[in-house]
Ligand binder design. Structure first.
Ligand code: EPU
Length: 417
């Protein structure tokens, strides 16, 4: 088992380069099999979620090459067979294979996907879309057998703007007959990146990034090249590290617009940052103001930064409030922060963070990916040594986190125990 050890209190200075976005890459890789030719995706992050998707591609018989951050995928000779549960439950994004295989072969057999345990995370909206396009869905013992004689475009309105259901609709409808109109679509940059990727292959998708997406089905998708967009959540996490203990920490290779909901909250707290075309420079500041945050779909404040920013709010004098509207169980980091010295109350979906509190290192557990990120941030400022166990969750989503933090001055190690 791997764990992270941090000796806190070291100032962070220098530059951290942001990797390709996990939540974009994990959709692009399954989407690649819709192409009848070779596709190349660059800026793929080296994280274990990508390894799991690679495993599925190779299991299906795709020809996959990984050279550094470049992934070349040729799915011409794949066999559309049942994807075993032990692979699909490794991550949430495995269900992008459901829609990609359905879209290409009109048949797919696979199990309920995995992912961080942060709430129920049903897939009813994706299944509703498949049915609306004309597929039959049979669910038995956690296994889904989805078949369609024809997939025919139609108008679908999502009950909530789900990222996964929006991407799954793109993948299932891109080769359907006629036009699909998706209403109440999610607007995250990761969706725009998938639509752009498919359009580069020859798809006809307009409106991605707005709440109405139109997909005109095409018969053939060909070769293409794309680059994964920078990871806005990784960027936000390191920006928060800089806010906590930075001295001119530069976060490089970011699209600042993608995290403007975070930078505007930091400004409201009293931070001044230098925001360039593809970088943000930040330093720790004093006299911060408490704030109220509510998580929302893009362009609102992302749920994926809710746990990381909790650490920062423990360092502000006064009472801050943080409302989580997306997931019902995304506060598992809070008991650990409290053990470290924070004073946070959980009231249903809202945290009341009473600051400022000194944090002291101890042994804590990464219950999920962003809880782990929150605890890494806490360890960076805590007095003494913080040991974070169950770190596999963090390694699923943050490329080279140890090396990146060490390169700017953190005293952090990965240990095998
Ligand atoms: N929902 C349903 N039914 C559905 C789909 C979603 O009720 O069929 C609900 C969910 O339970 C949740 C809300 O709708 O309450 C939003 O879920 P969404 O489908 O948007 O999330 P997702 O696609 O499962 C992706 C990211 C998450 C990120 C969310 C929201 C990937 C692989 N995962 O999840 O990332 O939190 O969008 O932005 O792209 C993370 O990176 O730590 C992470 C959890």
């Amino acid at each position: 088992m791997k764990q992270i050890k941090i000796h806190g209190g070291k100032t962070l200075s220098g530059t951290i380069n942001i990797s390709g976005a996990k939540n974009s890459a994990v959709a692009l890789v399954p989407a690649s099999l819709l192409s009848d030719e070779e596709v190349k995706i660059d800026n793929i992050p080296n994280i274990s979620d990508i390894d799991a998707l690679n495993e599925i591609l190779e299991y299906l018989g795709a020809d996959v090459k990984r050279e550094g951050s470049l992934m070349t995928i040729n799915s011409r000779n794949i066999e559309n067979k049942e994807i075993p549960e032990k692979i699909s439950k490794k991550l949430r994004a495995s269900y992008y294979f459901m829609s990609a295989l359905l879209g290409k072969y009109k048949k797919v057999e696979m199990y309920f996907p995995g992912g961080c345990s942060i709430g129920a995370r049903p897939i009813d909206q994706t299944l509703k879309t498949f049915r609306a396009l004309g597929a039959e869905v049979i669910e038995e013992n956690n296994k889904f057998t989805i078949t369609a004689e024809r997939l025919v475009g139609t108008t679908i309105s999502l009950d909530m703007p789900s990222v996964g259901a929006t991407i799954n609709t793109l993948l299932a409808a891109v080769k359907a007959e006629g036009e699909t109109v998706l209403k109440n679509a999610a607007k995250e940059p990761e969706i725009v990146s998938v639509a752009t990727f498919l359009n580069n292959m020859g798809a006809k998708i307009i409106g991605a990034g707005t709440s109405e997406i139109r997909i005109e089905g095409v018969e053939h998708l060909g070769s293409c090249f794309t680059e994964v967009i920078p990871d806005r959540i990784e960027a936000g996490t390191y920006l928060l590290a800089g806010a906590l203990i930075g001295d001119n920490l530069t976060i490089k290779n970011v699209i600042p617009e993608h995290i403007s909901s975070l930078t505007s909250k930091l400004k409201e707290m009293g931070f001044s940052m230098e925001i360039g075309r593809d970088y943000i420079n930040i330093s720790k500041q004093s006299n911060l103001k408490p704030i109220k945050i509510k998580t929302l779909g893009y362009p609102g404040f992302p749920t994926d930064l809710q746990q990381p920013i909790t650490t920062l709010l423990t360092q502000v004098d006064g009472v801050s409030y943080l409302e989580e509207t997306i997931y019902e169980n995304r506060f598992q980091n809070v008991p650990y922060l409290n053990v470290m010295g924070a004073n946070i109350e959980i009231n249903n979906r809202t945290l009341k963070i009473n600051g400022k509190t000194e944090l002291v290192g101890t042994t804590v557990k990464a219950t999920d990916l962003r809880a782990g990120a929150c605890l890494v941030l806490a360890g960076l400022i805590a007095e003494g040594t913080t040991t974070i166990t169950d770190i596999k969750h963090v390694l699923r989503g943050y490329e080279n986190i140890i090396e990146k933090l060490r390169s700017v001055g953190a005293d952090i190690d990965l240990e095998e125990v």
